[in-house]
Design a protein around this ligand. Sequence first.
Ligand SMILES: Cc1ncc(COP(=O)(O)O)c(C=O)c1O
Length: 440
Amino acid sequence: MVNTSTPTNSLENFFMPFTANKDFKKEPRLLEKGEGVYYYNHKGDKVIDCSSGLFCVPLGHGRKEIADAVHQQLLKLDYAPSFAISHMPAFTLAERLAKMLPGDLNNIFFTICGSTAIDSAIKIIQAYQHAKGQSQRIRFVSRERAYHGVNIGGTSLSGMIKNREVFTATMPGVVHLRHTWLEENKFNLGQPEHGDYLADDLQRFVDMYGPESIAGCFVEPIAGSTGTLVPPKGYLEKLRATCDKHGIVLVFDEVITGFGRTGEAFGANKYNVQPDMITMAKAITNGAQPMGAVAVSDDIYNTIINSGPEHGVEFFHGYTYSAHPACVAASHATLDIYENEGIFEKAKHMSSYFLNAVMDELKDIPIVTDVRGDGLMAGIDLAVDGKPGVRGYDAQRKIFANGGHLKFTGDCGIIAPALISTEDQIDEMISVAKEVLVQY
Ligand SMILES: Cc1ncc(COP(=O)(O)O)c(C=O)c1O
């Protein structure tokens, strides 16, 4: 039963993240229940989830198998540290992930979210370069419009201006590749034709700062939070070649693109480029428990481990909640569903229907200035109205009032349906947005 009572709480005490707190508290949008691709708000209205929560619920809401697994795990073993002691399901989960991942990313470091996966990845690279006698590699490369979470490492890598502008204590030595949005690629589905040359920026950094000063390069295969920037054809291949040539560790941040979002297990599979590390989170537990992970190549893992003492800790890093039993249980149950229900195949199959529907229905709306996408993920840019972000914020609120949850970043809406969505549900997601966007 949905609770239809209006909130009596003043709402003052929750300092909300990435939210216009003052506005929200005047007009709260509270979710009470989730079932399949639908949420229900505190007034009992049905709200279709066009963005899989925050791109983290590919199997739809309220999956009983996952809830039961967490419940049973908490009754059996609620907590186990992973410092110098652990529990077997963590090892079996690492083994399953290693089998699912491309190449030799056989070594899984568990974290508690995407942001902690990014900070862990930065430190793994530093430990690796140190073990190789390459401690002078102090620089990291990221990209304009990148989102790599919000810890200090991720903020330093961030290419989104608002996410970094007031935070002064970031890591030094981070340089940013140009982003890959290009005018000539507007209204394109799949990988755009133009822009592989933008990867040459990495070679320019090598030339500028010296080939032995760069430790690692982070990119999202599809830049997600900024609005689904699909990599131009040949772009990731060029980054790979430059990293190989100069001993730079290439990390794909697959916190959004992992677990079927592109129609393949990972973006690395989809675009057929092998990184040295992959960061992941979100869909690793279908969003039901907070968890992240870093998958590390055999070379990086072995180099760090073999450079450590015979009987001592090799890598001084970890979290109280690394491989938390409830999160591990949620992830096992999630992976079971991915496998048993052929979810990645389903997503691949649904992709062209989804992408064509988004393009056909939204491209001619006067305020829509670009539509693009790949897999089950699309970005819709709206013309700026005065100040950047004003129209996107207004549209997000109006779409919610019209019965849809659609995540906006600035003036870009990101449609990312659950991978289990039917054609009818995809149509409903698009029309709930369209009904609002045509009114501007
Ligand atoms: C590519 C990418 N990396 C990292 C993160 C941070 O993940 P979290 O919010 O779980 O810390 C996100 C979150 O959206 C993301 O999209």
